[in-house]
Design a binder for this molecule. Structure first.
Ligand code: ADP
Ligand code: MG
Length: 394
């Protein structure tokens, strides 16, 4: 989904109040009745002008239910509310190119006031199969159309909480910078997903590093659950000695909405799948096969708490992502078929797809670079300022 920030600077203070009122009203109403919007916003009868302005640019949508007319927030409206929060807190000043689009998220390069680039990840759960879910599920019945909003919020909150915990404990992950509603802001990693890397000088050492990352996660009580070539960015750093240049590859791990505790009922399945994803990718792409079997789940379990490491699966609960939230999100993700990277075309770790295309075009497309599908050279990063649109009001 696009993120068109054009209308942002034309919204008046009343429009923002009205938009916020629709958001507030949707906590209890699938369709927020017009008089209630007037009441919450404090604008009363004066609210109509703002309502039509917001509806015109698609931030709210008019709906009729059996009893009354009213409005609901659209994804666009929720995006605007999040961006407005970031603008006020000075987390985001401008929005640039979209660098990723998955089934369940959109990724944009943004910049702060000083022009420092960051990444905005917008979670969009239920964008694909929400209708079927809605028809079938009890747990959605009470929240109905609010559920996409609620679930996307949960995904963002979970990702932010886990990223923070991982970062604090020295894991190579982006720096989490801010969170609002269904979105997070994190540092931009100047690197490509491993999926786009055709060869590496020393596959064995990169493999070893990735396996040790899986084991280190286990030590802290966690399984990534989607540890694959899409969610590992490979940073290249060159260090020059007198005569030669040495290139170091550092893997950075991203994408945390599906992380699970090592105590999860299906922990072994997720653990094995993470390990096998890496094994399979290294065999296919780098023609590298490890001499060793495993690592196996039972051995990983023995590492939990080793060297006094904290149980992050436990500590995240204390820092705001509760067990109940985890259960709700997991149930929903299972229902809408989010079991992995959120990329509809991606070859999943648990599928043995022999038809995996390795051409550059396919790679670019699969990696979700819709407007920049010229392969790795289209990092888009350098172009951000040129194409970016300021979200700050004039
Ligand atoms: P999804 O849930 O849709 O898979 P990801 O978090 O995996 O979302 O991000 C999708 C893509 O966006 C990644 O494969 C990567 O190319 C890019 N990306 C995400 N976060 C960052 C970041 N912090 N820095 C650079 N690129 C990123
Ligand atoms: Mg991903």
């Amino acid at each position: 989904m696009r993120l068109d920030t054009k209308a942002m600077r034309y919204l008046t203070a009343e429009d923002w109040r009205t938009l916020t009122a629709v958001e507030t009203g949707s906590r209890n109403h699938e369709v927020v009745p017009t008089p209630l919007i007037g009441q919450i916003s404090g604008l009363r009868g004066g609210v109509h002008k703002s309502i039509s302005a917001l509806a015109k640019v698609g931030l709210i949508a008019r709906l009729k239910n059996a009893k009354y007319d009213g409005y609901r927030l659209t994804y666009g409206g929720l995006d605007y509310l999040a961006l407005n929060t970031y603008r006020k807190r000075k987390d985001v000043y401008s929005v640039g190119n979209q660098i990723g689009v998955g089934k369940e998220s959109d990724i944009f390069v943004v910049a702060d006031e000083k022009g420092v680039q960051r990444v905005l990840k917008i979670h969009r759960l239920g964008r694909i199969s929400f209708r079927t879910v809605k028809a079938n599920r009890d747990y959605l019945r009470n929240r109905s159309s609010g559920s996409w909003m609620y679930m996307s919020r949960l995904a963002a909150l979970k990702e932010f909480t886990f990223m923070t915990a991982l970062r604090e404990n020295g894991f190579p992950v982006p720096e989490p910078l801010a969170q609002s509603r269904h979105t997070i802001v994190m540092s931009l990693i100047d690197a490509f997903p491993m999926r786009q890397i055709s060869s590496v000088p020393d596959p064995a050492s990169l493999y070893a590093e990735l396996i040790s990352m899986i084991l280190r996660l286990a030590q802290y009580g966690l399984i990534h659950g989607d540890f694959n070539e899409f969610n590992i960015l490979i940073k290249e750093e060159s260090s020059k000695t007198q005569e030669n240049e040495k290139i170091t590859l550092t893997p950075i791990l991203i994408d945390f909405p599906q992380m699970v505790s090592i105590d999860h009922a299906n922990a072994e399945y997720y653990f094995d799948r993470d390990v096998n994803c890496i094994k399979r990718f290294f065999e296919r792409r780098f023609h590298f096969t490890s001499d060793e079997n495993g690592p196996h789940f039972k051995d990983a379990r023995k590492l939990v708490g080793k060297d006094g490491s904290k149980r992050l699966d436990v500590s995240v609960e204390a820092s705001g992502f509760s067990k109940k939230m985890a259960k709700e999100l997991e149930a929903y993700m299972k229902e809408v078929g989010v079991d992995g990277d959120g990329d509809p075309n991606a070859s999943r770790g648990d599928e043995d797809s022999e038809d995996e295309g390795d051409s550059e075009e396919e790679d670019a497309e699969e990696d979700g670079a819709p407007e920049n599908s010229e392969g790795p050279s289209t990092k888009t990063v350098g172009e951000t300022t040129k194409d970016s649109a300021a979200v700050a009001s004039a």
